[in-house]
Design a binder for this molecule. Structure first.
Ligand code: SF4
Length: 331
């Protein structure tokens, strides 16, 4: 694709103060996301994977500007939105980036009807006559597979899959460019997951949407992502086109994640040796020196304990395959 990417994130870092005691004095800082960079074109999907605490959701909340980034650039539709004030964000950005959460039941107001939930973004962002809002709401409900005659029902009257369809309808009613989906199918049964993923793919094709799809579930990411970023303690460990990542992973952490879910691999792909990661994820407020993964990496050597590996292109020059490891498994 020519021209600038829809989203270009560069050097994004987010720290939070760590406070202690009754007076809540700052005793340090937690680096939730450190120096993350990637680009995303219209109509494409970026999968973000990692264990809980890897910084996936913080990254999403920075991009949607629920959190102000500490440093770095977030280029969206040609403008740096990292330091935009709220007024400018509302005028130029908010309606173009929408978010879908894991648990639609807690993200949908239980007292509101289906109609008012999906209509709300239109009331906030667009000055339209009620009749036109009604037309847009009905159209998007139909598009996500919900019958507009259900418009007076409340969230508890719908199934889990239908509630996620409501969340998707609310995200799409403003016709955004980018949808950030944070574990959108994790709370659903496998058969319902497949329906929601298919719906999201159909909508992407039809509307040219870009997705950032956050998940701990590699089989789900494999089904939907074009490119995958693997995060650990807020740092990028590996980035690659999805097919490439699942066939030719090069980072020991990616290998460990893949080895834990062998069903995500095809028959032709060699199953990675089962890697049981030792210990727990370190405290993000006190990350290990050198490679942050060295305390759990089965291949760690002395250099790993002292020297931070930079994120670099893998040696065989496969486009877009980058890793942060001194001793990659391949390439
Ligand atoms: Fe493991 Fe060393 Fe690579 Fe880190 S740099 S992933 S510790 S081999």
């Amino acid at each position: 694709m020519s021209g600038p990417a829809l989203l270009e994130v560069s050097g994004l870092t987010k720290t939070f103060p760590v406070k202690t005691g009754l007076l809540q004095r700052a005793k340090g800082e937690l680096q939730a996301v450190t120096d993350v960079s990637f680009g995303l074109d219209r109509g494409r999907t970026l999968g973000v994977v990692g264990e809980s605490g890897s910084g996936k959701s913080t990254l999403a909340k920075c991009i949607v500007r629920l959190y102000p980034p500490t440093s770095g650039r977030i280029g969206f539709r040609g403008a740096d939105i990292a330091r935009m004030g709220e007024g400018m964000l509302r005028a130029r950005v908010r309606e173009h980036i929408q978010m879908i959460f894991q648990d639609p039941y807690s993200s949908l107001n239980p007292r509101h009807t289906l109609y008012s939930i999906v209509e709300e973004p239109l009331r906030v962002h667009r000055r339209l006559p009620a009749e036109e809002r009604g037309y847009l709401v009905d159209a998007v409900l139909e598009r996500v597979g919900l019958d507009p005659v259900l418009r007076t029902r409340r969230p508890h009257e719908f199934s889990g899959g239908q509630r996620q369809r409501i969340a998707i309808a609310r995200a799409l009613v403003l016709n955004p460019d980018l949808v950030i989906a944070d574990e959108p199918v994790s709370a659903l049964d496998v058969s319902i997951q497949a329906q929601i993923l298919t719906l999201m793919q159909d909508l992407q094709e039809e509307l040219g949407l870009a997705y950032i799809f956050i998940s701990h579930d590699l089989s789900v990411v494999r089904a939907i992502a074009d490119t995958v970023i693997v995060l650990y303690l807020g740092r990028v460990m590996e980035v690659a086109p999805a097919d490439r990542l699942f066939a030719c992973y090069a980072h020991p952490y990616t290998q460990a994640l893949l080895s834990a879910v062998p069903m995500v691999r095809t028959d032709e792909e060699e199953r990675p040796p089962r890697i049981i990661l030792a210990g727990d994820q370190p405290d993000a407020a006190n990350p290990p020196a050198g490679c942050v993964f060295h305390t759990r990496c089965p291949y760690a050597r002395n250099r790993c304990r002292n020297e931070v590996p930079s994120v670099r292109q893998i040696a065989d020059q496969t486009e877009g395959h980058r890793i942060a490891c001194h001793f990659p498994l391949s390439g």
